[in-house]
Design a protein around this ligand. Structure first.
Ligand SMILES: C[S@@+](CC[C@H](N)C(=O)[O-])C[C@H]1O[C@@H](n2cnc3c(N)ncnc32)[C@H](O)[C@@H]1O
Length: 244
């Protein structure tokens, strides 16, 4: 899709995001995990969206800064109770314009790091985090583990069907470039709405190598925010990279 930019996902999904993805991952475990890493210091969330994680995180008393490229997502955040305790920054998370040496921890929840759609943007992001973190700070990345047996090529599936609405999910997987381009096509009497998305996914080993280039080392990897052991069979991971 031509013209796909840092704000495309958020601008396309903001009106349905909380309905569709409000419970997509464990908010309480994510908040507890980040609180444990922050040790009272400031937190930076990449792709903060509508504040699903950031608002309850800020309610614990931590300073929380959330970066997002989508004005519509940030308007959704601003409209929620507790939003005033989150400082939102409208920017591309590939190079967030935040204070250098300020943060104890930065994190990207629920595959959000893979929303950086090129390797070069992911590299720029990691380099920016190395600048934004305090010495000894860390980054936590939550992502899916690409199956070693390979991923489907894509196709069309039915996400939802009702007498007055049909939502089709279309995707195209480029295995060589580890990219998926998709779109939800929402058809109702009001018209047709396209909600495009893209991911540039990485294996855990590729993330380790990427973070190592900026001086991070893998401190621990779990299967989730609650600390479940990671194994070869895990389909997701939370990886913590420490800056030395
Ligand atoms: C999957 S949502 C996650 C939102 C939130 N972290 C959560 O867990 O509910 C991804 C978010 O990242 C934002 N995003 C995607 N690409 C971005 C980029 N390059 N820079 C900044 N934000 C981006 C989107 O606008 C969206 O709000």
């Amino acid at each position: 899709m031509d013209g796909y930019g840092p704000d495309t996902y958020g601008e396309s999904f903001a009106d349905v995001y909380d309905d569709w993805y409000g419970d997509v991952s464990d908010i309480g475990a994510t908040v507890a995990g980040v609180v444990g890493l922050a040790e009272g210091g400031p937190v930076l969330e990449l792709g903060v969206g509508t504040g699903r994680i950031a608002i309850p995180l800020a309610a614990t008393g931590l300073e929380v800064v959330g970066v997002d490229a989508s004005p519509a997502m940030l308007r959704g955040l601003a409209a929620k109770p507790g939003a005033a305790s989150v400082r939102s920054v409208e920017a591309d998370m590939a190079s967030p314009p935040v204070e250098a040496g300020h943060f104890s921890v930065a994190f990207a929840a629920f595959n959000t790091f893979f929303n950086l759609t090129t390797e070069s943007d992911q590299r720029r992001c990691v380099a920016s985090l190395a600048v934004a973190l305090r010495s000894g700070g860390c980054v936590a990345i939550e992502g899916f583990v690409p199956p070693t047996t390979g991923m489907a090529d894509g196709g069309v599936s039915l996400r939802m069907a009702a007498p007055d609405q049909v939502i089709l999910s279309v995707s195209d997987h480029d295995a060589e470039n580890q990219s998926i381009a998709g779109c939800h096509i929402d058809i109702s009497p009001a018209g047709v709405v396209s909600r495009p998305w893209r991911l540039h996914y990485r294996t855990p080993a590729q993330l380790d190598a990427l973070f190592a280039t900026e001086g991070f080392t893998l401190e621990r990897r779990n299967a989730d925010w609650a600390g479940s052991p990671f194994s070869d069979h895990a389909d997701a991971h939370v990886s913590v990279y420490r800056l030395h």
